[in-house]
Design a protein around this ligand. Sequence first.
Ligand SMILES: [Zn+2]
Length: 285
Amino acid sequence: MNWFSRVRNAMPFIARQDNSPDNLWHKCKACGEMVFAKEFEDNLSVCPKCGHHERIGSAARFAMLFDDQLWEELPSPVVKEDPLKFRDSKKYADRLKAARAANVGNDALTNALGRIKSHKAVVGVQDFAFMGGSMGMAVGAAFIAGTERAIAEKCPYVIFTAAGGARMQEGILSLMQMPRSTVAITRLHAAGLPYIVVLTDPTTGGVTASYAMLGDVQMAEPNALIGFAGQRVIEQTIREKLPEGFQRSEYLLEHGMLDMVVERKDLRDRLGSVIDYLMAAKAAA
Ligand SMILES: [Zn+2]
């Protein structure tokens, strides 16, 4: 923050304006270029200079996905909070409070019901801004609620993954969300409904090891980091240098782990076609 902003912020009687110099520009994390914030936003938070796909939250995702920008946000299931009364450098309860105060939602996974290219769909979006998108009981419960709503609505469940892994503050209870979410997907399949995964940057750890890799169709945004363990951990374990672009969408596509890499601007159309195809196949069956 520059001197001017600091002084201005210290004087509450000065009217705040959204077009203050700090908010006018966006600096790309990949190429470092400065872009007008408005231009960046209009470009779906993708850098117009280098194509870097910035991480986005659930509201922005829903707005660019659903027909007429209309959707119904589904309620977050209530779960027991902080069951282990965990603390490291901070109390887990305080970390939760801080994440909620930052206004990114009640927990890391938010579901919404709407239409994509006129096809009904329940869409879940994991928000990396909420404690690294980590999977705890709330995320597991929201995932299950999303699949259950999809079954009730007889429509697909689409999940946008983003996570640093399981929420370690919940210990074994976070890891239990791996089999729980897997069972929920089995139920969706038993109802003959598609489960579609869109991997976004970054998707790692227990999320990759469970519901992020079980899609009927596996999509990813360009250059997203996707993996289980981190690159350095793997290099130290196998004592070998890993290839260029390892754990990125394009590398995973080349090695058969993904069906397609789709740019953000094309996601809505592509999801529409995939749902159209899969639901037509279900109707024919
Ligand atoms: Zn850039």
